[in-house]
Each structure stands twice: as C-alpha cells, then as structure tokens.
Write a protein that binds this ligand. Structure first.
Ligand code: ADP
Length: 651
C-alpha cells in the first residue's frame, strides 16, 4: 500500500492548533501522557493474553523504552503493548471519535466569548487531550505500530498542521513506537527544557510516572576515568564511555505503601497518571481492610465532573487488582451507580485472577468490599458537609445531581438509598443566598408550618416571580427552589423528611393553617359559592384543557395561575416527561383565578353580559394561555393567542 495523505477531522485540527499554541504551559506533562498510553496498551495485551497466550509471540517482558537522541533531536517512546492497526490509528489518532473533544472545544469557545474567569488549564482539566500533547514539544510526530497478532505494521506521521500521512511498514516487535522530532525550544543545552537529555527525562519519569507498573527503561552513557587494579582512577587517562541500561521507575504500587509515608503530591500525580486527569482530586480515600475480606482501596473524587458523566457513553467503575496484578478496568459492580463519579482501584488477594468477568462480578468478596467502600465514601461526605461547608458545596455543584438521580432511581432498585442520601442533599432556597440542607430547613421551620414547600423552575429569578410564590413570601415561609428537572422526581421519591411532607407550591392547596389563612379560606369559599356559575362556564369554554377552574386563595397581585393536584404529576414533571417523548404523564391542570384582581370584576361583567359572547370566550382562552406562559409552557396555537391579544389591545 502506498503512502496516503489524510486530513484531520475539523475538530482534531482545532485541538492541535490549541496544543501547538500551547494552551497548557506545563509542557513536560507530554511525557506522562505518552507513558500512560504505553502502560495502558501493555495492560490491554496483558489482559488479552490471559485468554490467548499466542498473542504474546513469546515476548512477555513488558517494557517501555525511552530513547533520546541528541544528534537527531528526537525522543522515542516505545512499548510492547497491544499496538494499533491501520484502522485503529486512523480512528484513535486521526479523528476525535470521542464526542467529548467536541464538547471541550465548544466549552472553550463559549468561555472565551463570555470572558468567563476560567483558565485554559481549568478547562483542559475537565477533558484532557492525551496523545495530542506531544505536539506541544514536537514539530513532527511519527508513530510506528504493529498490533499484537497481526503481521502488517503501519507508520503514521504528522506535523500537526492539518494533515497526516499513513503507510505500511515493517516492525519486528509488536507494540507502538512514537518518535517526537523536538521543536527547537526543547532540545540542546541552551533550550529552556531539554527533552533529549537523559537526566531531565529520568527526573520527569520519577516525578510523574514512578509507580507505572511496567519498567520504563533508558540507556545512559556513562563516562568514566579508567581505574587501576586497586580501583583508583588513573590520572591523565582518557575517559571511557560505557552504556548502562537503567530502569527509571520504582514500580512499587503507591497503594501498597504506608499511608503516613505518602506525600499529597504523590497521590495527586498517581491520580493524574492512572486516570488521565489533569487536575488534582477533590478527595482521596486510602484504606487497608483486614476483615472477612482483605483488600486495599485507593479512591478519588475528581475536582470536576467529566462532561459526559450522565451520558450513556460514560463508563463508571473501579480498577481491580489481585496481589498488585491488574485484573480489570471499570468494574461497575463495586459501587452503586450514584457514585459513578468516583475513580480508583481495589487490590485484594481474595479476588481470583483467572475467574471470568461474570463470575467475578457475582462474587461475595466483591459485594463485601463494595458495601464497605460505599459506607466510607458516604461517611466522608457527611463529615465534609458538617465540617467543611465550602468544600462540600463545591462537591455538590459537581456531583450533587448524581446523588439526586440515585434517590430517584431507588424507585426501581428498591434499596435504602433514600435514607442514605437524603441528608446529603442541598437546595437553593427563597431565603438568604445560601444552600440549605433538609435538616437545616426543618430546624428553622416555624412551629405552625407543617409542610416543606418547594417550587420548580428554570432559575431563581423565574421562580421568585411566580404568582404561586406571592402568598408564601408574604408569610415569610421558606421555599426550596428546585432548578433541575430531576429535583422534583427526587423529592417525590423521598416523600417526607422528619415527618414533614414535601409540598409543591404549584400543586394542590397550600394548606396553611394560621388564623389569617383560615379567614382567607372562608372568605374565598364565600366568593366561590357566589361565582359558581362563572367558574363552571369558564370551565365549559376551556373544555378538557383544564380539569378545574377555581377561585384562588394563594394569589396576591397576579391574576391567574395554573396548578396541578397534589396526587398526580406536576406541570414541570409533565414537561420533563414530554421532553423525553413520554407524553403518558399528564398533569391535571387547575386554573386558579385571583378574586381580588380587577380582571375578576371584568370577567364577572362580561359573563353577565352573555356567557356565549365571543369576548367572554376570548378572555377565558387568554387567561388560560397566560397561566401556561407563566409556567414556561408555550401555547399550542401561538398565532391564535397573538391575534386575540392584538384584538384586545386595539379596543
Ligand atoms: P486517551 O488515552 O485519553 O484515550 P489519547 O489521545 O491519549 O486519549 O489516545 C487515544 C487512543 O489511541 C487511546 O485510547 C488508545 O486506544 C490509542 N493509543 C494511544 N497510544 C497508544 C499506544 N502507545 N499503544 C496503543 N494504543 C495507543
């Protein structure tokens, strides 16, 4: 096959451009990225070879080599991992298959446009760009790779300027060799950072990749003065050079070391390396357990949620090791799904190496370990909420949604998840600018308040303007603001907290039982009785669009609102379901009219003049549509609505 030229996918080009123009100033991390790719590739062949030994072709000394060449200004990183064939190189390197990169670029653009105070470093932290970081230090990158079990090798080459070439070639050993043709700022004695210098490279490996599980080896040229037979250097003799192959990393898995001897930086580097993260973790859990099941766990909560945490392409799970030997990546069965954001590993001598994935997942040991891990994570979160509110709120902003989804999903999983998680929830509220937990809300409820009130909406400002908020605000009652569609589903699942039921301000009666409210209720009942016909006729005109039309007790200055009944789904749940193409869940629309608003008198007079008049009908229709608009629901027939409003304005 002849050499072919290909264009990078548009997104890849953009990303390369960012790399070349160094959005990330810490150039040296390119080595960590390439070494961890090499280590991952070795993990893969190791895993595959457990069931297919032939793949190893007799070469089972897994190794990573660094070969700096000062003369040609290159640095080569090679591994005897799984390797890549032509399609895989094109897929993995030439195109950015991962939707995440697109999302990354969009977010970066967005942040730039809005001048948000977010640095490139923070942005990239959420995404990471792995292999492409090579272009931060190289003006040309060549990959030669041969996939294990295949004969044909391929050579890929690019200067990072928009295109790459690919051609067939020979390669004796399986695996991947990446050659960086260093840019002139990055080699030679005068360079700020010389990535062709063995000692520099050695220090970088120690700093970033010390515990990589496979030896990272490099040849050192040692210059020595010859010694005499007593071992003394011979004066004036010409120095001799000899080669010395050294292993640069200690390979001792970090988690096997004593907690007290591990520095925070070591944990941080380990985390970045193992999980291709760019930022330090928010929380670290390192435990050794010696109960019925013996294991060591090292878990992390990242400082940012990955962009795709809730997408189907996100793969949660922990790494599994048995006696420090890697068994499996992304084992999902250890932690409950609501902790999907936790990264880390478990190493247990009680797990068998040669057991199938399926059997392993059902193993009793795994269940015991999982339960313990869950407990310790939840305990830490509870402690953080109590003792370090600022930190907890950061956690909440990133991962709170996961816990809320967990509560909602407990409907299906039938677990005691609700009890485990309800005290960890935080809500925006109508009071102060601070988030509130359910405990705090209930503790500061006035004696007379029987329910926990909540409102749903897109944002705080919108909810505060809701007609349904008026009365509660006047009475100084605190309302939880549910801003995410999942919130109401979670609240519905919890049902009650500390014996107090949740109550949406847009559903059912508010059931306030202070003296004043009782009076208002009585007065409204009187008005309702007197206007029974009016209500009935409005209902008749609106037909099955509404379930009921009634005189409101909750409105103060607004004319109308729509609420739903206390039993069925709310309007916002109906909206959420219809967005999911699930129109099965219909809320009961109850139109409430404020009897103290001028509009009420107008309705009465129009009604008296004739309930069949077009004007009365138009008013009814407009009332209903208005109430929907307040809830953020568009009228089914906007043109009709606009025409009716125009007609009224022209009067
Ligand atoms: P990431 O490692 O985060 O997936 P990269 O851009 O670093 O992203 O690499 C993209 C993909 O290219 C990897 O997922 C892997 O499939 C493949 N790859 C990179 N380096 C190697 C290597 N040394 N050996 C085999 N495959 C590799």
């Amino acid at each position: 096959m002849a050499k072919e030229m290909h264009e990078f996918q548009a997104e890849t080009k953009q990303l390369l451009d960012l790399m070349v123009h160094s959005i990330y100033t810490n150039h040296e991390i390119f080595l960590r990225e390439l070494v961890s790719n090499a280590s991952d590739a070795i993990d893969k062949i190791h895993f595959e070879s457990l069931t297919n030994r032939d793949l190893l072709e007799g070469d089972e000394n897994f190794e990573i080599y660094l070969v700096p060449d000062a003369a040609s200004h290159t640095l080569t990183i090679s591994d005897n991992g799984i390797g890549m064939n032509r399609e895989e190189i094109v897929d993995n390197i030439g195109t950015i298959a991962k939707s995440g990169t697109r999302a990354f670029l969009d977010k970066l653009k967005e942040a730039k446009e809005s001048n948000a105070a977010v640095t490139d470093k923070e942005m990239i932290g959420q995404f990471g760009v792995g292999f492409y970081s090579a272009f931060m230090v190289a003006e040309k990158v060549a990959i030669v790779s041969r996939k294990a079990g295949e004969k044909q090798a391929v050579r890929w080459e690019s200067t990072g300027d928009g295109s790459y070439s690919i051609e067939e070639c020979d390669k004796e050993k399986r695996g991947t060799t990446i050659t960086l043709y260093l840019a002139k700022e990055f080699y030679g004695e005068k360079a700020e950072e010389d990535f062709s210098d063995t000692y520099k490279l050695e220090s970088l490996v120690k700093k970033y990749s010390d515990y990589v599980r496979y030896p990272i080896r490099m040849n050192f040229v040692i210059e020595e003065t010859p010694k005499d037979k007593d071992g003394k250097p011979i004066e004036g003799a010409e120095k001799i050079k000899r080669d010395e192959m050294r292993t640069l990393n200690s390979m001792q898995p970090l988690w096997t070391r004593n907690k007290s001897e591990i520095k925070p930086e070591e944990y941080n580097e380990f985390f970045k390396n193992l999980f291709h993260e760019w930022e330090e973790p928010m929380e670290i859990f390192h435990n050794k357990a010696e109960g019925t099941v013996e294991y060591t766990s090292l878990l992390f909560i990242p400082s940012h949620a990955p962009f795709n945490l809730y997408h189907t392409d996100f793969e949660p799970g922990l790494q599994l090791y048995s006696r420090h030997v890697f068994i499996m990546d992304k084992c999902k069965d250890l932690l409950p799904d609501y902790l999907r954001f936790v990264k880390g590993l478990v190493d247990s001598p009680d797990l068998s190496l040669n057991i199938s994935r399926e059997l392993l997942q059902q193993s009793r040991e795994l269940k015991v370990i999982g339960k313990n891990l869950e407990k310790s994570i939840l305990k830490t979160l509870e402690r953080t909420l109590k003792n370090d509110r600022e930190k907890y709120e950061k956690f909440w902003a990133e991962f709170g949604k996961s816990l809320k989804i967990g509560i909602y999903n407990s409907v299906y999983s039938g677990t005691d998840t609700v009890d485990k998680l309800k005290n960890l929830l935080l809500f925006t509220t109508s009071q102060e600018g601070k988030l509130v937990s359910l405990r705090e809300y209930v503790d500061r409820m006035p004696e007379s308040q029987k329910k926990i009130y909540y409102a749903t909406g897109r944002d705080k400002e919108n909810i505060e303007k809701l007609p349904q908020m008026e009365l509660l605000r006047e009475k100084g009652l605190e309302v939880l603001f549910l801003l995410d569609p999942v919130d109401e589903f979670a609240i519905e699942t919890i049902r009650e907290y500390d014996g107090k039921q949740f109550h949406s301000i847009s559903r059912g009666e508010l059931e306030l039982d202070d003296v004043e409210s009782q009076e208002v209720k009585k007065e409204t009942e009187d008005i309702a009785k007197k206007n029974e016909d009016l209500m009935k006729d409005i209902k008749d005109i609106l037909g099955n669009k509404v379930a009921e039309v009634k005189v409101s007790t909750r409105l103060k200055s607004s004319a109308v609102c729509i609420v739903s009944d206390a039993q069925g789904p709310s309007l916002s749940m109906e909206q959420a379901f219809s967005e999911m193409d699930n129109p099965m869940f219909k809320a009961k629309h109850i139109l409430e009219i404020n009897p103290h608003h001028d509009l009420f008198a107008r309705l009465q007079s129009l009604h008296e003049a004739g309930k069949d008049s077009q004007d009365f009908k138009d008013y009814c229709d407009l009332l209903y549509t208005q109430a929907l608009l307040i809830e953020g629901i568009l009228p089914q027939n906007p043109i009709d609505f606009a025409n009716k409003v125009a007609k009224l304005m022209a009067k």
